[in-house]
Design a protein around this ligand. Sequence first.
Ligand code: HEC
Length: 311
Amino acid sequence: MTDPNGHDLRTDGVPESDRPGPGGEDSVMALHRAAMDVMNDPVMLSAEGTPDEDEAAPGGQDTVQRMQDILMREQAEPRDGFEPVPFWVAVVCGGLLMWGGYYLGTNNADFRADVYDTSEFRLGGDLRLPAGGPAPPDPELKTVAEYVKVGADVYRRVCVACHKPDGNGDPSQQYPPLNGSEWVAGAEASPARLSRVVLYGLHRPITVKGKSFNGQMPAQGGVLKDYEIAAAIMFARNTWDNKADPNDANPAVTTAAVKAARDKTGKRDPMTETDLKAISLDQSDLPPPANAPKTDKADAPPAKSDAAPKG
Ligand code: HEC
């Protein structure tokens, strides 16, 4: 048996004991020689001389290394279906839920159908809006009874909140009475004064029926029309204990009187008791009869009368 180099495997460098025995040509050592040559091959062992990976010798030493390389390089395959929900997703969903609840809570308008239903604007419903077609003309009120009838409705809508159904107001809230008030149906009452109280509101202390009130009556001139203001005043003058206009054909406070007061005074701050007293009881804002000289003490500019509260 010879190796590729022609050496006799049995005699070349082999210990004496490995010489073939009498019965056989070969030995265990000789059988392993081929494999040993491959493993001791300096080309296979040296770092630089490592042959191409694909050509690594079968059963060569680097196969273990290659296997380890593969194990080190590869990660476990990800599997579907068992990932926990990311925290930020829970936070975002919770935030959206809270925002939705808050929005619903603040904007539900009591879930009333008529609040956000814009169809009413187009259909010209009850709302008096420019887009709703021509508003019905103001009723032309003539008699005291007509004023009082319309005024009852206005009073119920607006004035009743403060002056109460019985017209006695609520002294604990600084709401003075209209029932029996000298400013409504007594010594201090006049169309010019009453129109301005309702048109512009009233503040600062005022004495009604011997009691001082210091409240804030909001101006109604922007909310109510002239005929509504006249009607509400006429209602107050002729309801409860008040009987200020016995002559049904001759109402004291008319739509025309309120309109004249509004036109004359324009915009101004709320009235005060002082302002009211400055308006003489016989002042009329309506055009005076041809020969009567016009007295106009009352309508001092608002800045003056408001800046200097006298008496
Ligand atoms: C928000 C509450 C409120 C409303 C609404 C209101 N008033 Fe007044 N009113 C007052 C207060 C408060 C005073 C007293 C103001 C003061 O102390 O200076 C007053 C005073 C008056 C006075 C003079 C004092 C008196 O008692 O005679 C008259 C007249 C009057 N209001 C009529 C009306 C009429 C008519 C309406 C409806 C068109 C009306 N008010 C709506 C709160 C209100």
